[in-house]
Structures are given as structure tokens and as C-alpha cells.
Write a protein that binds this ligand. Structure first.
Ligand SMILES: Cc1cc2nc3c(=O)[nH]c(=O)nc-3n(C[C@H](O)[C@H](O)[C@H](O)COP(=O)(O)OP(=O)(O)OC[C@H]3O[C@@H](n4cnc5c(N)ncnc54)[C@H](O)[C@@H]3O)c2cc1C
Length: 408
């Protein structure tokens, strides 16, 4: 009988962790891990934090040691993309033109930055941040300080790079169409906390306005806002969200809608094809709906979950969404969801002004999200509260003397 072959498209965190799990679970067939980047699989959070700030070496970001792939007989092909899937033939076609047959295929193709399509958007000095090379280029642009940096978008990438740019002693302006930073992910209440944080660190935060265009002759020299203001700029960072890399799946006729649609076992509409990480829009039984999560923990855990499902194990991927961020001296972890319109109130425990607190988002008296800010070792308890779905007493929730474990 020919050897079974599992192919993984996308060699980043979700893909590399899936390969690791296949071997840990005893899969003895061929594993091909195919990635279009030339760098071996790495984690991206340091690219806007430690690596950008020159506090962390690039080697620390790699998912595995360089010899891990050979040692575990994982055929890692770098600088190679999967160009097409022939579902009927159970084959993928690589950019090398090589056809590879698969028994099971995992799509771990991640996401790419949304492009700002406005006049002047091709000028030099306009940066996007997704890859190690992007981060190295941005570090070079920021590290000398004294430059005028304009950040388009006050999401997580925009705010973390704004903090890095300030740390290097640059002037920083952030332009954001919403009334507060992070509005879509944490709502107006916590958005205001991050607005204060950045203003206190000297960031010129221009809210309720977008970027209408860029001026410059070859090199960007100013950003024009939708309000008509001209903001001088030597360096621009665009962080306006990402799009899932669904082209392969779409062309193969898989179900796609803001990501590759998968069930709770991360299986697509084709029973031999799975998807995990940023590209997957998965049914989460805990939330009772589909969700596409663009965060590190979802790639870390989703890749292994998909690998187990590919091996025929019973898998229900129902994790509480989790995320972390570091900006200046603020470190935070966020569990669950806090989408505006999906919660009724925010309850605080601790010192909000001193930025040492937990915020809880409640819907119908139940905790649906929780963010610990400069408070540690509480994520497990917060996630238990979210999972329990039990109604909570807001006064006890706000009281630091009441253990969170008593509320679940
Ligand atoms: C700068 C930055 C900072 C971040 N910070 C945080 C953070 O603090 N906390 C947090 O929770 N999350 C953070 N994230 C998000 C986190 O990094 C992502 O959720 C995670 O990288 C998703 O992993 P993935 O493997 O699904 O996809 P990706 O990391 O996007 O990797 C997909 C890979 O597939 C490759 N690929 C795409 N198409 C093909 C193809 N056809 N053939 C072969 N290869 C292909 C891509 O080139 C890429 O290498 C950050 C992201 C960035 C960019």
C-alpha cells in the first residue's frame, strides 16, 4: 500500500504546529509543509514588540529549531507556494510545477494585510507589517528616532507599532476613523483606556477621520486625512486589518465566507481538506456561531486540533478566543469576545486609572469577555467564568476580595 501523504499549505504557526502534532500522535506517513516565505516557520507577535524594539533576537521567534524538520521527517519546502488544488485527483500543484498527491490536506495559509488604496499609496516610506522582513525594514526606519511617523489605523498592529515608534523617540500621529482605538475589538469603554495610554505617551491621536491620500515625490512626505488636514510624515505604517488568504480554497470550490468555512472539527466542505489559524472561519460550539480568530493562540491550538481531526480523532474545537498585547508598560490578555453590540455593560475590578485591573464584558448578566491589564495568572479563571455561562452578580464581580473561582 502506498505511504499516506498529508500536505500542509502554509508554513507558519498553525502549519508547523499541525506537523508537530501529526508526529507526536504517531503518524508515520509523509508530511509536507509548504510555505511561500523563505524563513522557516516563526511566530509573528515579536514582530511588533520585542523584535521591532530590538530586545529580542529573530531566532527566538522560530517555532522549531532548524534541524527539527529533518529529525522528524517533515518535508519542509520554503519559498514554494501551493498554487492549486485538484480535489478530484487529490493533488496540489506547487509553484515548482510539481504535482503532489495528498490523502489529507490542511489549509494554514493565514492572512495578509489589507491594502490602503488611496492616491499616493505606492510612495516609498509606506510600511505594512506581516513578515519578519517587514519588521526588519520598519525597525530600520524607526530605530534612529527623530522622525515623523504616521500610523494609519488604531487597531492592535497600529497601536503596538505606535508604542514602538515612540519608544525610539519618534513623533507619532495615529489616524483612525472610529471614535476610539480598538473600537471593533473591545468597544468604546476599553478603547478609551488605550486612547489615554497613547496620549500620555505623547501620541497625537486623530480620531473620527481616515486617510484620504499621501503626498510626496517618490518618498512620502505627508498624509492627507479625510478631514482635509495634512500631517507631515517621513514614515507611514498602515495597519488597517487583514484579509484571510482564501484564494486556493475559493478556486477549489470550497465554501468560503470571510475565511474558509469549517465545522467544529476544522473540516471544510471537502471531508479530506481542513483549515486552521487565521484563514479558518470555524463553528465554535461554545459561542454557538462561526468565528474567524486572527490571533496567535488560535494558530497555536487550531493547527494541532486540525492535525488530530485529520488523523480521524474526535475533535471539537471550542476554545475561548484569547489574545495578548504589550504597549509601553501595559501588558494585557483578552479572553472571549467584546464586540460592540454584543454586550450590555462593562464591569471593572481593580484600579482602572492606574492600569491594573480586570474588565469584564457582560451580556444578559453573563460574562462573555474579560481583559486583564497588568494583572496576571487570572486568564484561566476568566475563561472558566465565560465557559460556565452562569449569571454573575456585578457587585461581587467588581470586588477584588471575591475570588473569581466563587463566581463561576
Ligand atoms: C506584527 C504582528 C503582531 C502580532 N501580535 C499578536 C499578538 O500580540 N497576540 C496575538 O494573539 N496575535 C498576534 N498576531 C497575530 C498572529 O501572529 C496570527 O494570528 C498568526 O500568525 C496566525 O498564524 P497562521 O499560521 O494561521 O497564519 P500566518 O501567520 O498568516 O501564516 C500563513 C503562512 O502561509 C503562507 N502562505 C499563504 N498562502 C500560501 C500558499 N498558497 N502556499 C504556501 N504558503 C502560503 C504565508 O506566506 C504565511 O507564511 C500578530 C500578527 C502580526 C502580523
Amino acid at each position: 500500500m502506498p505511504e499516506e501523504t498529508f500536505v500542509i499549505a502554509g508554513a507558519s504557526l498553525a502549519g508547523a504546529k499541525a506537523a508537530e502534532t501529526l508526529r507526536e500522535e504517531g503518524f508515520a506517513g509523509r508530511v509536507l509543509l509548504i510555505g511561500e516565505e523563505i524563513e522557516r516557520p516563526y511566530e509573528r507577535p515579536p514582530l511588533s514588540k520585542g523584535f521591532l524594539l530590538d530586545k529580542e533576537q529573530r531566532e527566538k521567534a522560530h517555532v522549531h529549531e532548524g534541524d527539527w524538520y529533518d529529525k522528524h521527517e517533515v518535508d519542509l519546502r520554503l519559498g514554494v507556494s501551493v498554487d492549486a488544488i485538484d480535489r478530484a485527483a487529490h493533488q496540489v500543484r506547487l509553484s515548482t510545477k510539481e504535482p503532489i498527491g495528498y490523502d489529507k490536506l490542511l489549509l494554514a495559509t493565514g492572512a495578509s494585510p489589507r491594502q490602503l488604496e488611496v492616491p499616493g499609496s505606492r510612495l516609498q516610506g509606506i510600511h505594512y507589517l506581516r513578515t519578519m522582513a517587514d519588521s526588519a525594514a520598519l525597525k530600520q526606519a524607526l530605530a534612529h528616532g527623530g522622525r515623523r511617523v504616521v500610523v494609519a489605523g488604531a487597531g492592535w498592529i497600529g497601536l503596538e507599532t505606535a508604542a514602538a515608534a515612540r519608544s525610539y523617540g519618534n513623533d507619532v500621529t495615529v489616524i483612525e476613523p472610529e471614535p476610539v482605538p480598538l473600537h471593533a475589538s473591545v468597544g468604546p469603554e476599553l478603547g478609551a483606556v488605550f486612547a489615554d495610554l497613547h496620549r500620555e505617551h505623547g501620541v497625537d491621536l486623530r480620531l473620527d477621520q481616515g486617510v484620504a491620500g499621501f503626498w510626496g515625490a517618490g518618498q512620502v512626505s505627508a498624509v492627507v486625512t479625510s478631514g482635509g488636514a495634512e500631517v507631515p510624515a517621513d514614515v507611514v505604517i498602515v495597519g488597517i486589518g487583514v484579509r484571510p488568504n482564501t484564494r486556493l480554497a475559493e478556486e477549489a470550490g470550497l465554501e468560503v465566507a470571510d475565511g474558509v468555512l469549517v465545522d467544529a472539527s476544522l473540516r471544510t466542505s471537502d471531508p479530506d481538506i481542513y483549515a486552521a489559524g487565521d484563514v479558518a472561519n470555524a463553528y465554535n460550539p461554545l459561542l454557538g456561531r462561526r468565528i474567524r480568530v486572527e490571533h496567535w493562540a488560535n494558530a497555536l491550538n487550531g493547527g494541532p486540533a486540525a492535525a488530530r481531526a485529520m488523523l480521524g480523532q474526535e475533535v471539537t474545537y471550542d476554545r475561548v478566543p484569547y489574545f495578548f498585547s504589550d504597549q509601553y508598560d501595559l501588558g494585557m490578555e483578552m479572553s472571549g469576545v467584546a464586540t460592540p453590540g454584543e454586550y450590555d455593560e462593562v464591569v471593572y475590578r481593580g484600579d482602572v486609572a492606574g492600569r491594573e485591573f480586570i474588565a469584564f464584558w457582560l451580556s444578559g448578566g453573563r460574562v462573555v469577555g474579560g481583559m486583564n491589564v497588568n494583572v496576571w495568572d487570572v486568564t484561566g479563571d476568566i475563561q472558566t467564568l465565560i465557559r460556565s455561562g452562569s449569571p454573575v452578580d456585578g457587585t461581587r464581580l467588581a470586588d477584588p476580595e471575591t475570588p473569581l473561582t466563587e463566581l463561576a
